[in-house]
Design a binder for this molecule. Structure first.
Ligand code: PEP
Length: 252
Protein backbone atom coordinates (compact mmCIF):
# COMPACT_ATOMS: atom_id res chain seq x y z
CA UNK A 1 0.00 0.00 0.00
CA UNK A 2 1.28 3.49 -0.78
CA UNK A 3 2.34 5.17 2.44
CA UNK A 4 0.79 8.45 3.54
CA UNK A 5 2.75 11.06 5.46
CA UNK A 6 0.48 13.84 6.69
CA UNK A 7 1.73 16.93 8.46
CA UNK A 8 -0.35 18.42 11.24
CA UNK A 9 0.87 21.98 11.68
CA UNK A 10 -1.63 22.51 14.53
CA UNK A 11 -1.98 26.20 15.45
CA UNK A 12 1.50 27.07 14.17
CA UNK A 13 1.58 29.22 11.05
CA UNK A 14 2.00 32.74 9.69
CA UNK A 15 2.02 34.13 6.17
CA UNK A 16 5.81 34.62 6.22
CA UNK A 17 6.53 31.36 8.03
CA UNK A 18 4.37 29.33 5.67
CA UNK A 19 6.13 30.81 2.67
CA UNK A 20 9.52 29.89 4.09
CA UNK A 21 8.45 26.37 5.06
CA UNK A 22 6.75 25.63 1.74
CA UNK A 23 9.75 26.97 -0.20
CA UNK A 24 12.07 24.74 1.82
CA UNK A 25 9.81 21.74 1.24
CA UNK A 26 9.66 22.51 -2.47
CA UNK A 27 13.45 22.54 -2.64
CA UNK A 28 13.69 19.06 -1.15
CA UNK A 29 10.71 17.07 -2.38
CA UNK A 30 10.33 15.03 -5.55
CA UNK A 31 7.62 16.53 -7.76
CA UNK A 32 6.00 13.11 -7.89
CA UNK A 33 6.82 11.57 -4.51
CA UNK A 34 6.59 7.78 -4.39
CA UNK A 35 4.23 8.05 -1.43
CA UNK A 36 1.28 10.26 -0.54
CA UNK A 37 2.16 13.51 1.22
CA UNK A 38 -0.35 15.90 2.74
CA UNK A 39 -0.14 19.10 4.74
CA UNK A 40 -2.98 19.72 7.20
CA UNK A 41 -2.77 23.43 7.80
CA UNK A 42 -4.82 26.01 9.71
CA UNK A 43 -7.91 26.98 7.70
CA UNK A 44 -7.09 30.71 7.31
CA UNK A 45 -4.07 29.79 5.19
CA UNK A 46 -5.78 27.52 2.68
CA UNK A 47 -5.88 30.25 0.02
CA UNK A 48 -2.23 31.12 0.61
CA UNK A 49 -1.29 27.46 0.17
CA UNK A 50 -3.17 27.24 -3.13
CA UNK A 51 -1.46 30.43 -4.39
CA UNK A 52 2.02 29.33 -3.30
CA UNK A 53 1.69 25.85 -4.78
CA UNK A 54 0.90 27.42 -8.15
CA UNK A 55 4.30 29.17 -7.91
CA UNK A 56 6.14 26.12 -6.55
CA UNK A 57 5.57 23.31 -9.05
CA UNK A 58 7.62 20.89 -6.91
CA UNK A 59 4.69 20.88 -4.48
CA UNK A 60 2.16 19.85 -7.12
CA UNK A 61 2.07 16.33 -5.70
CA UNK A 62 1.48 17.48 -2.12
CA UNK A 63 -2.16 17.28 -1.04
CA UNK A 64 -3.89 19.91 1.05
CA UNK A 65 -5.62 18.98 4.28
CA UNK A 66 -7.54 20.65 7.11
CA UNK A 67 -7.24 19.97 10.82
CA UNK A 68 -10.95 19.78 11.55
CA UNK A 69 -14.33 20.07 9.82
CA UNK A 70 -17.81 20.90 11.00
CA UNK A 71 -20.30 18.14 11.74
CA UNK A 72 -22.92 20.31 10.01
CA UNK A 73 -23.24 21.02 6.28
CA UNK A 74 -23.97 24.78 6.53
CA UNK A 75 -25.96 27.37 8.43
CA UNK A 76 -25.95 29.12 11.79
CA UNK A 77 -22.84 27.56 13.30
CA UNK A 78 -20.62 30.54 14.07
CA UNK A 79 -16.93 29.86 13.72
CA UNK A 80 -17.32 26.49 12.05
CA UNK A 81 -15.79 25.54 8.70
CA UNK A 82 -17.84 23.18 6.53
CA UNK A 83 -16.58 20.35 4.37
CA UNK A 84 -17.93 22.17 1.31
CA UNK A 85 -15.75 25.19 2.17
CA UNK A 86 -12.70 22.95 2.48
CA UNK A 87 -13.60 21.38 -0.85
CA UNK A 88 -13.67 24.86 -2.45
CA UNK A 89 -9.95 25.13 -1.67
CA UNK A 90 -9.16 21.66 -2.95
CA UNK A 91 -8.70 19.98 0.41
CA UNK A 92 -8.17 16.26 -0.05
CA UNK A 93 -8.02 15.40 3.67
CA UNK A 94 -9.49 16.58 6.96
CA UNK A 95 -8.27 15.40 10.35
CA UNK A 96 -11.20 14.52 12.62
CA UNK A 97 -11.16 13.56 16.28
CA UNK A 98 -7.63 14.68 17.03
CA UNK A 99 -7.02 14.09 20.74
CA UNK A 100 -6.52 17.82 21.28
CA UNK A 101 -10.04 18.40 20.02
CA UNK A 102 -11.44 15.52 22.07
CA UNK A 103 -9.62 16.82 25.15
CA UNK A 104 -9.94 20.61 24.90
CA UNK A 105 -13.19 20.89 22.95
CA UNK A 106 -15.11 17.97 24.43
CA UNK A 107 -15.55 16.20 21.11
CA UNK A 108 -17.39 12.92 21.56
CA UNK A 109 -17.15 9.76 19.48
CA UNK A 110 -20.56 10.61 17.96
CA UNK A 111 -19.46 14.12 16.97
CA UNK A 112 -16.25 12.79 15.43
CA UNK A 113 -18.30 10.27 13.44
CA UNK A 114 -20.58 13.06 12.17
CA UNK A 115 -17.54 15.08 11.12
CA UNK A 116 -16.18 12.11 9.19
CA UNK A 117 -19.59 11.78 7.52
CA UNK A 118 -19.55 15.44 6.41
CA UNK A 119 -16.05 15.09 4.97
CA UNK A 120 -16.95 11.91 3.08
CA UNK A 121 -20.07 13.55 1.66
CA UNK A 122 -17.79 16.11 -0.01
CA UNK A 123 -15.27 13.55 -1.24
CA UNK A 124 -12.75 14.57 1.42
CA UNK A 125 -10.87 11.77 3.15
CA UNK A 126 -11.26 12.03 6.91
CA UNK A 127 -8.13 11.16 8.86
CA UNK A 128 -9.86 9.68 11.90
CA UNK A 129 -7.69 9.89 15.00
CA UNK A 130 -8.03 7.32 17.76
CA UNK A 131 -5.82 6.74 20.76
CA UNK A 132 -5.71 6.05 24.46
CA UNK A 133 -4.54 8.28 27.29
CA UNK A 134 -1.74 7.21 29.60
CA UNK A 135 -4.25 6.33 32.34
CA UNK A 136 -6.22 4.19 29.91
CA UNK A 137 -3.04 2.48 28.75
CA UNK A 138 -1.90 1.82 32.31
CA UNK A 139 -5.32 0.35 33.07
CA UNK A 140 -4.94 -2.07 30.15
CA UNK A 141 -7.78 -0.40 28.25
CA UNK A 142 -6.00 0.56 25.01
CA UNK A 143 -7.80 -1.93 22.77
CA UNK A 144 -11.21 -1.17 24.25
CA UNK A 145 -10.75 2.60 23.82
CA UNK A 146 -9.47 2.64 20.26
CA UNK A 147 -12.08 0.09 19.15
CA UNK A 148 -14.87 2.16 20.73
CA UNK A 149 -13.63 5.32 18.99
CA UNK A 150 -13.37 3.61 15.60
CA UNK A 151 -16.68 1.74 16.03
CA UNK A 152 -18.57 5.04 16.21
CA UNK A 153 -17.13 6.11 12.86
CA UNK A 154 -17.79 2.71 11.29
CA UNK A 155 -21.38 2.71 12.52
CA UNK A 156 -22.12 6.18 11.14
CA UNK A 157 -20.38 5.70 7.82
CA UNK A 158 -21.24 2.14 6.83
CA UNK A 159 -20.17 1.24 3.32
CA UNK A 160 -18.02 4.42 2.97
CA UNK A 161 -15.68 3.15 5.64
CA UNK A 162 -13.09 2.00 3.11
CA UNK A 163 -12.66 5.69 2.13
CA UNK A 164 -11.25 6.81 5.47
CA UNK A 165 -7.73 6.95 6.86
CA UNK A 166 -7.26 5.95 10.48
CA UNK A 167 -4.53 7.56 12.58
CA UNK A 168 -3.53 5.71 15.73
CA UNK A 169 -2.23 8.39 18.03
CA UNK A 170 -1.56 7.34 21.62
CA UNK A 171 -2.36 10.54 23.50
CA UNK A 172 0.65 10.15 25.81
CA UNK A 173 2.97 10.19 22.77
CA UNK A 174 1.67 13.37 21.16
CA UNK A 175 4.07 16.27 21.46
CA UNK A 176 5.86 14.59 24.37
CA UNK A 177 8.87 13.11 22.63
CA UNK A 178 7.68 9.67 23.80
CA UNK A 179 6.92 7.29 20.97
CA UNK A 180 5.11 3.98 21.08
CA UNK A 181 7.58 1.21 20.35
CA UNK A 182 7.20 -0.10 16.80
CA UNK A 183 5.95 -3.41 18.27
CA UNK A 184 3.37 -1.78 20.53
CA UNK A 185 2.13 0.47 17.73
CA UNK A 186 1.96 -2.50 15.35
CA UNK A 187 -0.13 -4.46 17.85
CA UNK A 188 -2.74 -1.69 18.03
CA UNK A 189 -2.69 -1.21 14.25
CA UNK A 190 -3.37 -4.93 13.84
CA UNK A 191 -6.40 -4.63 16.13
CA UNK A 192 -7.73 -1.71 14.11
CA UNK A 193 -7.06 -3.56 10.84
CA UNK A 194 -9.08 -6.54 12.07
CA UNK A 195 -11.92 -4.27 13.19
CA UNK A 196 -12.05 -2.62 9.76
CA UNK A 197 -11.90 -5.98 7.99
CA UNK A 198 -14.89 -7.19 9.99
CA UNK A 199 -16.82 -4.07 8.94
CA UNK A 200 -16.14 -3.94 5.21
CA UNK A 201 -14.91 -6.23 2.47
CA UNK A 202 -12.93 -3.30 1.04
CA UNK A 203 -11.24 -2.37 4.30
CA UNK A 204 -7.88 -3.73 3.21
CA UNK A 205 -7.31 -0.48 1.35
CA UNK A 206 -7.76 1.71 4.45
CA UNK A 207 -4.47 3.27 5.47
CA UNK A 208 -3.74 3.09 9.19
CA UNK A 209 -1.09 5.65 10.02
CA UNK A 210 0.77 6.27 13.28
CA UNK A 211 1.11 9.59 15.08
CA UNK A 212 2.91 10.53 18.27
CA UNK A 213 6.36 12.08 18.23
CA UNK A 214 7.27 10.53 14.89
CA UNK A 215 10.57 12.06 13.83
CA UNK A 216 13.46 11.64 11.45
CA UNK A 217 15.17 9.14 13.78
CA UNK A 218 12.26 6.79 14.50
CA UNK A 219 10.17 7.00 11.32
CA UNK A 220 11.84 4.17 9.40
CA UNK A 221 11.41 1.64 12.24
CA UNK A 222 7.75 2.54 12.73
CA UNK A 223 7.03 2.52 9.00
CA UNK A 224 8.67 -0.90 8.65
CA UNK A 225 5.82 -2.51 10.62
CA UNK A 226 3.38 -4.43 8.42
CA UNK A 227 0.26 -2.54 9.52
CA UNK A 228 1.75 0.95 9.79
CA UNK A 229 0.91 2.63 6.50
CA UNK A 230 2.30 6.07 7.18
CA UNK A 231 2.49 8.82 9.74
CA UNK A 232 0.65 11.83 11.10
CA UNK A 233 3.42 14.20 12.05
CA UNK A 234 3.02 17.18 14.36
CA UNK A 235 6.15 18.87 15.72
CA UNK A 236 8.54 17.40 13.19
CA UNK A 237 6.42 18.69 10.30
CA UNK A 238 7.32 22.29 11.17
CA UNK A 239 10.97 21.82 10.19
CA UNK A 240 11.44 21.12 6.50
CA UNK A 241 14.56 19.03 6.99
CA UNK A 242 12.86 16.75 9.52
CA UNK A 243 9.64 16.40 7.57
CA UNK A 244 11.53 15.69 4.34
CA UNK A 245 13.51 12.93 5.98
CA UNK A 246 10.31 11.30 7.25
CA UNK A 247 8.88 11.56 3.71
CA UNK A 248 12.09 9.97 2.38
CA UNK A 249 11.78 7.11 4.87
CA UNK A 250 8.19 6.51 3.77
CA UNK A 251 8.90 6.79 0.07
CA UNK A 252 11.91 4.48 0.21
C1 PEP B 1 -0.18 15.22 16.17
O1 PEP B 1 -0.45 16.31 16.60
O2 PEP B 1 -1.01 14.61 15.47
C2 PEP B 1 1.12 14.64 16.50
C3 PEP B 1 1.35 13.39 16.23
O3 PEP B 1 2.02 15.49 17.11
P1 PEP B 1 3.56 15.16 17.43
O4 PEP B 1 4.15 14.54 16.18
O5 PEP B 1 4.15 16.50 17.75
O6 PEP B 1 3.58 14.22 18.56
Amino acid sequence: MTALIAANWKMNASLAGNEALLSALAAGIASKPACDVALCIPAPYLAQFVALVSQLPALAGVALGAQDVSSQPSGAFTGEVSAAMLKDFGCRYAIVGHSERRQYHGETDALVAAKAQQALAQGITPIVCVGETLAERDAGRTTEVVKRQLAAVIQANGHCISEIVVAYEPVWAIGTGKTASPQDAQAVHAVLRAQLAAASANASRVKIIYGGSMNAANAAMLLAQPDIDGGLVGGASLKAIDFLSIVSAACA
